[in-house]
Design a binder for this molecule. Sequence first.
Ligand code: NOJ
Ligand code: CA
Length: 711
Amino acid sequence: MIKKYIILLGLLPMMAAAQTVKSPNGNVSLTFSLSDKGQPTYEMKYKDKQVVNPSHLGLELARDKHASKGMEETDLMDGFKIKSTQTSSFDETWRPVWGETATIRNHYNEMAVCLHQPSSDRDITIRFRVYDYGMGLRYEFPQQQTLNYFVIKEEHTQFAMTADHTAYWIPGDYDTQEYEYNITPLTGIRAVIAKHREAYKSNSSTTVFSNTGVQTSLQLKTKDGLYINIHEAACLDYPTMHLNLDDKNLVFESWLTPDAVGRKGFIQTPFNTPWRTVMVSDDARDMLSCKLTLNLNEPCKIEDTSWIHPTKYCGVWWNMIVGTKSWSYTNDLPSVRLGVTDYAKCKPNGTHGATNEEVKRYIDFAAKNGLQEVLVEGWNEGWEDWFGHQKLDVFDFVTPYPDFDIKMLNDYAHAKGVKLMMHHETSSSALNYERHMEDAFSLMNKYGYDAVKTGYVGDIIPRGEYHYSQLMNNHYQHVIETAAKHHIMVNAHEATRPTGICRTWPNLVGNESARGTEYEAFGGNVAYHTVMLPFTRLQGGPMDYTPGIFETRLSDWSQNPSFVHTTLCGQLSLYLVMYSPLQMAADLPEHYEKYDDAFQFIRDVACDWDDSKYLEAEPAQYITVARKAKGTDNWFVGGKTGEEARTAVVRLDFLDKGRKYDCAIYQDAKGADYEHNPKAYQIIHKTVKKGDVLKINEARGGGFAVSLIAK
Ligand code: NOJ
Ligand code: CA
């Protein structure tokens, strides 16, 4: 922590009708009031433009036998009186363990309104933190005789929109975020969901709950040029929030993920809900650089973080996703019983990916090219029968297949300065994973693994639970905290989308929780997908997007008819545009060997940064970002475009004055196009200095990458 101050600005008059708190620079203002019925109400402005119209706050309680006596009587919705209001200021600069910048400033003005509900004799506090680019609010429930245990039926936090804004949205779903973004007016959401609701069911686990439900982070744009983003921060011991739109009145309201029996949160006081956040600016670049979600999380809880490290990795993975190799070892087994099935008696299927030979080949490739780790999927018994039966005990996470020598391969890797990365596909049987987790992490410690990719494909066990329920959010958190005790970094696929928890638990180095590169092999991602994700999914934390596919036309080397919806240079740009401390070189070693000059960029690019500057940005259209590699004077620049070809303008104003830089530009060549000519690239070398301007053409679905090495 570098500096920190808190100033108590004082107690506002208790009976004031409306109370306003402004952000440090005054651009954002937040006003709180009580309606005639005593309903908590807030509204929000940015530079005198209305961002959120008056919106109600409150919680409806379940009439539940598990609540404390009396709890079934009264909701926490209205009938409140203001007891006191405290305002204060906070300014702190902190250092993330890894990140886009070396330091992050957390600067806000706060207003905490303590409310009393005379009919139930309960107190709650609503706390607002107002930043220059947005605000967060949360409900706080102090422990008290009259509010001890309660069960939530629904949270009713409203976000009343001022007009029919453009929304960049994916359907609200209790089980998956693996969607492409729709771009429609708010009033256009209903028709799209109604039309596709059946088709959405094709994923392995989906529960779309409403024809106007959407997920957060939700990006919006107003006709008068405001960018608004609604999300949540620090979702702990609480279900994930979706938004449901009243499309007549253009009011979003929170819609929590239920548990297996429809309840939305078992609470014991004292308790604070996650923060509900609204970011706003008239410059789209601020949506990407603003660190509001991280700032609303607690400081790091891991004392010794020396074992946590940003990582570039490759893996025995893409072949399985494309269908040219298998996770399973044999085709002999109609089903598997762990501990009973004898793999020694089974005939290898000849397509198994995680064999000793293949893993050694990837280790050699990683060692040669400076990649720190090798992910190996399909190393453990059970994959013949891993999915589709809601089976409890799919994997034990400790028993390797006969052709995967766990000791030999780890020794081989370590001798070359490489680590293996563990894979725990839970098949969504969280119950089974919790039973085996301690043994599984101990096995990792024994052989020297320090990172695990987890996965939650299929419907959740305990049966009936959803991926984003309170119980499951507690499970993912339990995995993170248990892994931290074992000095293990976590990259969770299909888990709930992140809400900045990586500030508190920086061993959570990645999540998937969105539609990743794998979908390029399952039919494709729209070309603008990766110029959308940084505005939405990445607000809560980094994504393991698994970029770097060079052989984009899969039918050139497999039976798979899909193609990747970017150019080769577009793939390179993702190492900058899709910020993550964990970056995969996802294609096959033999493909990289064919394009070794372009692969040089993946070898060179950093994945931890002292500084980041967003140079150009517009949702679904383009992003250009420059980043300074941690502990060096070197910069890397990446630019990605969506469906439209364009020319990026990169002003090298951020370079050191008087210094020269070796510049390598990896750009789409003339005629490049993600559909028709994806591999046309050129590499230009020159010397540049501060103030120079690079004008770089980006093809449809294309992009560019630049390295600037200080001389
Ligand atoms: C889905 C994950 O996103 C993917 O990366 C993984 O290979 C499969 N599940 C199997 O675990
Ligand atoms: Ca996935």
